[in-house]
Design a protein around this ligand. Structure first.
Ligand SMILES: [Zn+2]
Length: 168
């Protein structure tokens, strides 16, 4: 399996800074009892439009993934045109639901940390911890507007909050 793992993407200083911000949000998620995922949405001028974490446990909402929470925070406040030039940073590769939400938001660029394949090694085989195995890139490829996708990146840093978290 290891031969098939995606290779790490190099990041600019700016992308590295904001992806680390998203990883910091994954620590917040875990400290509040949720699954350790975080996301931030950043405008082209560097304004942070949302900084959020997964809130599955604290809200009881199975759709409260970090990326969906981020999009729900920005979508009522910013136009589709404004979001087209924004970047969503996620501590982990977006799942199929979040990839769909990114499509609907019109956000044009995604940078993620740990990839879904490496994450599956942490998730294990418990049914409630498994994900739907459809890549976000396959969802983005079906979009009529382009969605740039960079990742996996900062794999070691974005893996840390998953160590010892998932139930065996
Ligand atoms: Zn998701």
């Amino acid at each position: 399996m290891s031969a098939e793992l995606p290779t790490e993407s190099p990041l600019s200083e700016r992308d590295g800074r904001y992806l680390r911000h998203a990883i910091a949000m994954s620590r917040v998620a875990r400290s509040r009892g949720n699954r350790p995922f975080g996301a931030v949405i950043v405008a082209t001028d560097g304004a942070v439009l949302a900084e959020v974490w997964n809130s599955n446990v604290e809200t009881g909402d199975c759709t409260a993934h970090a990326e969906v929470n981020a999009i729900r925070a920005v979508s009522p406040r910013y136009s589709r045109e404004a979001l087209a030039s924004a970047t969503l940073y996620s501590s982990a590769e977006p799942c199929v639901m979040c990839a769909g939400a990114i499509f609907w938001s019109n956000i044009g660029r995604v940078v993620f940390g740990i990839d879904a394949q490496r994450l599956r090694a942490f998730r294990g085989e418990r049914p409630e911890q498994r994900d739907a195995e459809l890549s976000c890139r396959d969802v983005f490829a079906a979009s009529p507007h382009p969605i740039d996708c960079i990742g996996p990146a900062l794999i070691e840093e974005s893996s840390r909050e998953h160590e010892g978290f998932w139930q065996r």
